[in-house]
Design a protein around this ligand. Sequence first.
Ligand code: SAM
Ligand code: FES
Length: 361
Amino acid sequence: MSVSPTQAVLERVFAAERPRHGDIETLLRLDNERDTALLFDFADAIRQRFMGDGVLLRGIIEFSSFCRNACAYCGLSRTNTQLHRYRLTDAEILAAAENICEAGIKTIVLQSGEEDNLDADWLSQMIAEVKARFDVAITLSVGERSRDEYALWRRAGADRYLLKMETSDVALYKELHPGMSFANRMECLRHLAELGYQAGTGNLVGLKGQTVESLAEDILFFKKGDFDMLSVSPFIPHAQTPLAAEPTGDLGMTLKVTALTRIVSRNAHIPATTAIGSLAGRDERPKALMAGANVLMPNFTPAPYRKQYEIYPNKRCVDENAGACPACMGTMVAALGRRIDYGRGDSLKQSDARLAQSQPS
Ligand code: SAM
Ligand code: FES
């Protein structure tokens, strides 16, 4: 039987050590239902083969909304003077961590804006305290910090780190991140890998000035970096940012980028992002789970603060009680014929060589 042109491109991209830019772009430009269904089904089959049917849960605690940066798309930007800033107390963080563990979840994600006054020793003590009390993996997501700080937190017990590059287009990155540099972001990712973190990165889809060519480059960047975790989110405009009037990132393109991320990375952990669940008031995360994703991230930030961590408007589940999400996610996943996986969900990429050099110095 002859293979369709789209199927042939998919197979070439999957098999290639260095996929062709043109092939990725061709797939991102697919615009008819039959061919996009082929792309999503291909990604879903790779997810099934390399990750199985389990959907991992990562419980997220957004512990501080203070931020020193002015990312043009982000509601936490320091230029947003209308945002009420908060930072959770130690007791609140530990209570949220306990809620995560009681839900049977084995990963706690500690996320914040990029705080100017973040006390590295305090965070180190929090990591140690959480690890002493609970049998969990800890993922940090607190932005660009020094190598020494990353090393300190790794020694304290942090296992993973998320630092999205947001876009691989250096000129666009510069435009959207005043005072920041793509080179420093790359150096941070290098430090994290050297220190033995399971490292994750990711992008935003639909940024003003972003092209299909640059999205194809993002996917090639994911391939080259062999990251443990990869995250793809649609851009959602926030009223108090310079991009307030820009259109929301396209769901179809976000799903295509998610699918290609699965195809090139094979066994990276890929969430059906909360932003995908928050588009236009509909929860579209099941579509991401059927296009390569294998992770969901229930929110365990205490209720009064959840609304205040407003990266973008109408974020999903800000009104739910802490702990409501896993049950709801169980229903979502069961409807797809899948199941929640209550394991730690460590990286499947850790080669012996990487493990050997995983002790922080
Ligand atoms: N400070 C940390 C950092 O910069 O990595 C973590 C917090 S940051 C708010 C988490 C993520 O939110 C960013 O990596 C970005 O991709 C996402 N984000 C920010 N603004 C967004 C928007 N308007 N739409 C969708 N995602 C957004
Ligand atoms: Fe949060 Fe459904 S995923 S309530």
